[in-house]
Design a protein around this ligand. Structure first.
Ligand code: PLP
Length: 285
């Protein structure tokens, strides 16, 4: 695989990053994941805009222009022959060759830019999406700026492992009684024709897929309500699902041991998945 590291395309086993990089020492960095379908990037602009926002919130600059970023994405997709898969991008604060809590001088320390691809054949029609996900609930003990897409992913990883240990697929996090989001996705329930998902704030990541799915749901005359919900309300809902750039719309078929509907993906989640894939592909670049 060819990867991109600080201005150069190199084979993955030749890529080098300093051990003093603040991404490595302090999780001082941000990332984006853009999916690729039929060799094209899904919602590149949405991810690029959020990336810029994440960097701004952390007093970091963009290491290149948006056009250059798009060009690197496309080039990696091309040379690695990605038909279905992902482009992962990470920008960390870099290093001035030492470890210190204070940020290094941005005049003399350049951020580290890394991109690589992951090939995921069959992603658009995955077995997981046909089966639906089993979810457990866990307490949300993450920091208070979940709107910034940082590489601090230890607790979400632990949450995923807690789910796997009990034979489930993922975890929804709960704070003060209300669901915030999934470990790597936004969370939704469906009651009748109404799609309910938590409103945007610093408590959750502002999902690029969330924005697209809510827009498409409204265009398809579905009702959308942005408000918090509890796990108890979710268990009694007609359907549940999650959204993310890498799994699109993922139906949820079980929450804390309670079966949703008949235990198979619900009709609204299935329809939203189809609409999302169709519409996004039309606009893919
Ligand atoms: N919430 C969290 C915590 C995430 O990590 C992610 C994706 O990685 C999402 C939501 C979904 O965001 P997006 O649709 O932009 O992939």
């Amino acid at each position: 695989r060819t990867v991109f590291v600080n201005g150069a395309y190199v084979p993955e086993n030749e890529a080098k990053i300093s051990i003093f990089d603040r991404g490595f020492l302090m999780a001082d960095g941000v990332y984006e994941v853009t999916s690729v379908l039929q060799g094209k990037l899904i919602d590149f602009e949405g991810h690029a805009v959020r990336l810029e926002r994440s960097l701004n919130e952390l007093d970091m600059g963009m290491p290149c222009t948006m056009d250059e970023l798009l060009e690197i994405h496309r080039e990696l997709v091309r040379v690695n022959e990605i038909d279905e898969g992902l482009v992962y991008l990470q920008i960390t604060r870099g290093s001035d060759g030492d470890r210190d809590f204070a940020f290094p001088d941005p005049e003399t320390t350049k951020p580290t830019l890394v991109l690589f691809t992951q090939s995921k054949p069959g992603m658009a029609n995955s077995a997981a999406s046909q089966k639906g996900a089993k979810i457990i609930s866990i307490e949300d003990i993450r920091w208070g700026r979940r709107d910034i897409k940082t590489v601090q992913l230890l607790y979400p990883s632990m949450g995923k492992m807690m789910a796997k240990k009990v034979g489930c697929d993922d975890a929804w996090m709960v704070e003060e009684g209300f669901v915030t989001e999934g470990t790597s996705n936004n969370a939704y329930i469906v009651k009748g024709n109404k799609i309910i998902t938590r409103g945007l704030s610093n408590d959750i990541l502002h999902g690029i897929t969330r924005a697209a799915v809510l827009r498409m749901a409204k265009e398809a005359q579905m009702e959308v309500e942005e408000r918090s919900f509890t796990i108890e309300e979710a268990k009694e809902a007609d359907e549940a699902f999650t959204t993310s750039a890498s799994a699109f719309v993922m139906p949820v078929v079980e929450i804390d041991g309670a079966t949703m509907g008949d235990g198979t993906p619900g009709p609204i989640a299935k329809r939203l998945r189809e609409i999302y894939l169709d519409e996004s592909l039309k606009k893919a670049i």
